[in-house]
Design a protein around this ligand. Structure first.
Ligand SMILES: [Zn+2]
Length: 192
């Protein structure tokens, strides 16, 4: 599975020097975010004990304890073994992926190729400088490498509604196509 979407991520390595995230007190403040969430929102389908791991901050050199997102499947061993920028720490729950065979500009092989389509995953970046990334969010991969990210529940609901409308519209297109084909192939309907 893909590591993580990065297309719309403003916290890439090139930005780290501009992020005012150097002090230990700030790291502690960021660290409190996921812990506070567990008080108000009980995890669904996750074990009662929240996993924690420690890593060395590449910014301060200090050991930082992180609380894992409930249900996270990342083992975080790599995070613990080498110094990491706190922004790069992420948790992930894989979702499901669909595939569509496509021709066209997205595909340069000249024959149909399977592209991932409407795949989703749940992520969080507990130390991100972007508030929208700290709480668990859904990332939908609309089509290979094109993401709709940082979806909170309300925004996800909106996206689902719009996708549903598009599916309904495609059903209309299907019915219309069947009618157009019938008319097209029926000689008696050809104008003289
Ligand atoms: Zn995790």
């Amino acid at each position: 599975m893909k590591k993580i979407p990065t297309a719309a991520n403003n916290g890439g390595p090139e930005d780290h020097t501009t992020q005012p995230l150097g002090s230990a007190s700030q790291a502690a403040r960021l660290q409190s975010v996921p812990a506070a969430l567990s008080d108000s929102e009980p995890a669904v389908g996750a074990s009662a004990v929240r996993r924690t791991f420690t890593f060395t901050s590449a910014v301060t050199g200090e050991k930082v304890t992180a609380t894992c997102m409930p249900g996270c499947t990342v083992d975080h061993e790599a995070d613990s073994n080498t110094p990491e920028h706190p922004h790069d720490i992420y948790c992930n729950i894989p979702g499901t992926a669909g595939e569509l065979p496509l021709y066209g500009p997205l595909c340069d092989t000249g024959s149909p190729k399977d592209f991932r389509f409407l795949s989703w995953q749940i992520e969080s970046r507990p130390f991100s400088g972007q508030p929208a990334e700290r709480l668990p969010f859904v990332a939908i991969e609309a089509i290979d490498d094109h993401y709709i990210e940082y979806l909170d529940p309300d925004t996800l609901e909106m996206v689902i509604g719009r996708l549903q409308k598009r599916v309904e519209s495609l059903r209309e297109a299907h019915a219309q196509l069947v009618n157009v084909r019938t008319a097209y192939l029926n000689p008696s309907e050809v104008a003289a």
